[in-house]
Design a protein around this ligand. Structure first.
Ligand code: FES
Length: 181
């Protein structure tokens, strides 16, 4: 029998001297976001969204900074980050492709699309290409079942997808015309 240490007890949180939540961001949050919510915690989602957008990830250090900005527990920030598919603790690619895998899309051939993207980009769901251009995700219902199969390319929803239309979207993203929204 051997004792194994829980990784969580020994994991070092990588930190950097420069804060992720810049003064400019905090000023904007204070001015624009906080007044919109009854509690400071209400501003957590839009703040996380800003950080994810800016850094393509929500690093642990940023969660600690956000917690102290909002006066809430870092564990609550972590809970929120792990709950939502759109937040990532590792950097994602410039183009995040999220293919819906729920029932309506499944019936309409999501697997063919997913397999096509997997093979074309050489990555499995939740992986990022080595050049940092693409991340592939399989998501739950995106609320557009009547136009299945659907996928998100960054924040933009694309409906009634075919292999040809997915290929076109990937081509555009590769050329940089798809861009990050
Ligand atoms: S099942 Fe895909 S959008 Fe609802």
């Amino acid at each position: 029998m051997s004792w194994t240490t829980k990784p969580s007890a020994t994991t070092k949180i990588p930190t950097r001297a420069e804060p992720y939540c810049t003064q400019a961001m905090k000023d904007r949050w204070t001015k624009v976001l906080l007044p919109r919510y009854a509690t400071k915690q209400g501003a957590l989602l839009p703040i996380l969204h800003d950080i994810q957008h800016e850094y393509r990830q929500v690093p642990y250090q940023a969660m600690v900074e956000i917690a102290s900005f909002l006066g809430i527990n870092p564990a609550d920030v972590l809970d929120t980050v792990s709950f939502y598919e759109e937040f990532h603790t590792e950097p994602v690619g410039k183009c995040v492709i999220g293919i819906c895998q729920s029932i309506a899309c499944e019936v309409c051939g999501h697997q063919k699309l997913l397999d096509h993207v997997r093979v074309r980009l050489g990555i499995e769901p939740h992986e990022t290409t080595d050049d940092g251009k693409f991340t592939l995700l399989a998501l739950e219902c995106l609320g557009s079942c009547d136009t299945a199969p659907v996928a998100l390319f960054n924040e933009k929803l694309h409906e009634n997808l075919t292999i040809a239309s997915v290929d076109k979207l990937i081509d555009e993203a590769q050329k940089g015309t798809g861009g990050h929204h």
